[in-house]
Design a protein around this ligand. Sequence first.
Ligand code: NAD
Length: 452
Amino acid sequence: MRVAMIGTGYVGLVSGACFSEFGTSVICVDRDAEKIARLQGGEIPIYEPGLEDLVAQNVGAGRLSFTTDLASAVSGADAVFIAVGTPSRRGDGHADLSYVFGAAEEVARALPAAGDHFTCIVTKSTVPVGTGRQVAEVLARVRPDLVLGRDYDVASNPEFLREGSAIEDFMRPDRVVIGVESEAARACLKGLYRPLYLNETPVLSTRLETAELIKYAANAFLAVKITFINEIADLCERVGGDVQQVARGIGLDGRIGAKFLHAGPGYGGSCFPKDTLALVRTAQEAAAPLRIVETTVEVNEARKVAMAGRVVDFLGGDPAAAGDSLAGKTVGLLGLTFKPNTDDMREAPSLAIVPRLQAAGARVRAYDPEGMAEAKKLLEGVVWCSDPYEVAEGVDCLVLVTEWNAFRNLDLARLKATMARPALVDLRNVYDPDRLQQAGFQYLGVGRGEAA
Ligand code: NAD
């Protein structure tokens, strides 16, 4: 089997490398020439644990290569995956499908002549229900000489990997979803994922629309789950309760499950914010509004802002007042990415927190193990530091924003010695409140009403 992977971002690069690890020959395509040049030079443009070795091994074995030449990659491929971005469209929150349709047009032009070869064109990007059929329309329009079902078919294969554990997630998924309209497309995708049968991975074969909806429903459900525990955390703070224990207490119930029950500063990242919003719009247009998801979107946006207010309040400023109630104060941020083990800054809570602290008059110092290069493009006026201890120098408060391992066991005495005031706002509940208080720190976690 030969695969062309269009789009070499977090999803395309990981999926391409993993398919090549399964023994398939893969050509990864991107129109970003700089990205491809770096990959051809053995450099990985994103931070994802294990990816560098996986790519190097498979390039070395001659199964994985990189190009900007989409046409050469597509001609002769058995499966062409479209793994380009689907960001929120400015203004209305719908998914911007211009990259998907742009790629589909280019793929259509590059398909072999009629009767020569069967190509399965697979959407891996997260796309609203109905997009697969629109991709088929693009193909039919651009290549009226080809016959659907004989020369090509379209399929949907949404991706569920998580940044930070993307390789493991791709290699050992909870399930693989394939949305197909023909036996030929089903056989193509089942063949590609055959190595996973060894792990008895369930492969769920559905129609196109159902596969597209599964992806959005999964992300929306997880976003609701996070938002639910965040609101329970707020309640814990008001009435006296420990959200960590509430989460454990409900998570042990098999019907609920323990994952995605960590209270924090609100979800971010390249998927949940845009996908929940896109699903809300799809549902509204279909006259079947998803009110629970609409509320989740609103609550999460407000939460990111509220986290800045929490810090302002903790430092004795007035979160409600405009102006510089934190003038003369310095805040140090530990972590900037939306979660650990990635350099992805898209929709990270830190992007809402930093400007609001600055607007309140605070100076901001920050460090992130992998996200600083991206963060520097998005945040201004920050003093960039090279480790957590440098961040702590002279600050009135540290704010733990992202739970990187590097921040889990900091030397408290060393921090205290250099801070203007020993205080920690722990937005990820990494630290034990009692231990921090014993170490002489003023401590504020999330949803720890009992400890406060
Ligand atoms: P990304 O922005 O990291 O990468 C997309 C890449 O596509 C870019 O490198 C861009 O240059 C390239 N591209 C765009 N148009 C192209 C074209 N016509 N030809 C060749 N290359 C082109 O995006 P990503 O994070 O990998 O996400 C891709 C899709 O996968 C999105 O729909 C996203 O929602 C979905 N998804 C992402 C994740 C994740 O964790 N990042 C997980 C599951 C699903």
